[in-house]
Design a protein around this ligand. Structure first.
Ligand SMILES: Nc1ncnc2c1ncn2[C@@H]1O[C@H](COP(=O)(O)OP(=O)(O)O)[C@@H](O)[C@H]1O
Ligand SMILES: [Mg+2]
Length: 420
């Protein structure tokens, strides 16, 4: 079987072109060929149906070198062989440098078949390499994507483990600290109850009450720290909660901070609501209330020049979401990475670093999630995603619950420390 090839012959002499075609046939090809003899006709004829170009070295108005340039510009990859009556060594080298696959003398055409076969083979190799490169690139991209996914999962796992370890440490410290505080508070109380103390030693009495106040403050910190990671058996009282109610309540609770305090500082903090109808979520109410207050206070702290806080609720497939967005300073990547750790604060002595860690603890215990999106200079959006309340979580019929205030369930639900 003869190999069919489509050939463009760039040649001003028709009989020379015929000769080339004949030679191709003799070498085992079945050429489907045509001849052009001008630049315009040549450039118009270039397309990817061509298997081969045979070009005369110099035509009256055109040259093989220019034809090679034209081919390069077309970005087509077509084997190109220069055929000429007379060609010096230098010209031959010039052709090869310009991208020709081979060059032949018209009176040595016996070599044409071999030259064409080689040029076609080279072209086939180039094609195979190109498609292998493409496959390689694709595989590389897939590997890169897989690696990125892996890194992300790894990062999340590390963060979770770190928080867990910190939580365990914190709860250990809280326990020991509590033990130390008990006698301090106890003896303060005993001493302050002595009837003669105030009259006979007013200064000691004053110092004692200062010690007592400081110890009570410390006990409060310990209490909050315990919230971050409860190691006692977890008995949660999960109740059906309407997120919109919690949102408005939290705003009322923090009104002194965002309204009066802000006004006193000469700034304005606007609160906006975007509340949707969301089915009841199942969560310990006190924990969620405190979380919302914490998030609002953080948002206010992040807007020393004033700004807007938007509270949104959203219903998703299996969870209700409530988010607090501020137009404040935002967090740097470092702060973002550390903000959930207990005691991490950027607020100096004014901060405790126990706000977000407590919120995280509440979500963790309730099978919810905490998501933080923040951009420096733009603001922060913190979203709490909480699973819907399910009928089995309480004995009471939720439809009979008053709309505005979620009711406590008779029998508290036991729930393990859910992974977030
Ligand atoms: N809405 C917010 N905008 C910018 N930064 C925030 C926001 N909320 C929290 N942060 C950062 O996270 C840190 C930890 O917050 P938190 O645990 O509540 O402790 P604290 O408020 O006592 O510093 C803050 O010090 C602050 O740097
Ligand atoms: Mg805080």
């Amino acid at each position: 079987m003869k190999q069919e090839i489509r050939v463009l012959i760039l040649e001003d002499r028709a009989d020379d072109a015929e000769l080339l075609a004949k030679e191709l046939k003799k070498s085992g090809f079945q050429p489907d060929w045509f001849r052009v003899d001008s630049e315009e006709a040549y450039l118009n004829a270039l397309d990817d149906s061509l298997d081969l170009i045979l070009a005369d070295y110099s035509l009256p108005q055109y040259t093989a070198l220019k034809a090679l340039d034209g081919l390069k510009e077309s970005e087509l990859d077509i084997p190109f062989i220069v055929v000429t009556g007379t060609i010096g060594e230098e010209q031959a080298v010039g052709c090869m440098k310009a991208g020709a696959d081979d060059y032949l003398l018209k009176d040595h055409l016996a070599r044409l078949g071999q030259a064409v076969k080689q040029a076609l083979q080279k072209k086939q190799l180039r094609d195979e390499k190109a498609s292998a490169d493409l496959r390689l690139e694709k595989t590389n991209e897939q590997l890169k994507a897989a690696l990125n996914d892996l890194r992300e999962v790894q990062g999340r796992l590390v963060q979770q483990e770190r928080l867990k370890a910190l939580g365990q440490m914190a709860s250990g410290i809280a326990h020991d600290f509590n033990n130390s505080l008990t006698p301090i508070l106890g003896f303060c109380e005993l001493l302050l109850a002595l009837p003669a103390l105030e009259s006979q030693h007013p200064r000691a009495n004053h110092y004692l009450s200062m010690i007592q106040t400081a110890a009570i403050d410390a006990a409060n910190v310990v209490g909050r720290l315990k919230e971050f990671y409860r190691c006692e058996p977890q008995t949660l009282s999960i109740v059906p909660v309407n997120l919109s109610d919690v949102a408005t309540e939290a705003v009322e609770l923090t009104r002194p901070k965002w309204q009066s305090e802000a006004r006193a500082k000469g700034i304005e903090i606007k609160i906006e609501f975007d509340l949707k109808d969301v089915p009841f979520v199942g969560v310990e109410l006190a924990g969620l209330r405190e979380s919302m207050a914490n998030l609002l206070i953080n948002a206010i702290d992040a807007m020393p020049q004033g700004g807007t806080i938007t509270i949104r609720t959203q219903a998703r497939e299996s969870e209700g979401r409530i988010s607090i967005e501020d137009t404040g300073t935002g967090m740097t990547t470092d702060v973002h990475l550390s903000c959930l750790e207990p005691f991490f604060t950027t607020k100096g002595p004014k901060g405790t670093g126990l706000g977000l860690s407590a919120v995280y603890g509440v979500m963790q215990r309730n099978g919810g999630r905490l998501d933080i999106v923040s951009e420096v200079g733009k603001g922060t959006a913190i979203t709490l995603a909480i699973p819907y309340y399910t009928a089995g979580q309480a004995k009471e019929d939720t439809t009979s619950l008053p709309q505005l205030r979620p009711t406590k369930v008779d029998e508290p639900l036991r729930r393990g420390d859910a992974a977030g």
